[in-house]
Design a protein around this ligand. Sequence first.
Ligand code: 3PG
Length: 208
Amino acid sequence: MNHRDVLNRANPVMPVMVIEQIEQALPLAQALYKGGIEVFEITLRSECALEAITLIKKEMPQCLVGAGTVLNPQQLQQASEAGSDFVLTPGLTEALLKQSKEVDIPLIPGVASAGDVMLSLSYGIDAMKLFPATVLGGEAMLKALSGPFAEVTFCPTGGINPDNYQSFLQLPNVACVGGSWIAPTSFVNEGRWEDITRLAAEVTGKAC
Ligand code: 3PG
């Protein structure tokens, strides 16, 4: 499984998940799965995030479980040890790119400029997260990047919502979009699992 395979399998949307309590992990992942989603980004923004990755991977081995908000090599190592299938970063650093050669899972770096794309390509990575996508110009930015970097595939994330995700997905260099709207914190905290399934199904087109 390489970087590009991960993004292609995440199509149409990779949920950006913040899991504050370990008890929420499986119900959330299962609610999304019922709605047709099988690739998850669990952000390392909560204490139980690594535990949640291990748990979801164990109970739902048919899914791909990624660690998000990976900021440094230590977190990359932890994410790998927790059983992550891949990792996502909001930006890229030489330290992370070097460390990604040591771990056996794809690192999908966040990029925000042509220079970032070039640095990523120099490490053999041709599938990237564009972050924060709408602030950077959204579709216009992706169209501009498709000129010099025709071979690069993106997962735009940051500012993607129910009103704009479809136009991003129509771009040939977009494999999937990332977003938190599909798993809102308020729904998670209130245990509104059926509503999360409905949100996911609206995007995937899965009948539930
Ligand atoms: C991320 O963590 O990748 C972004 O914060 C998600 O952005 P969104 O909340 O606008 O979807």
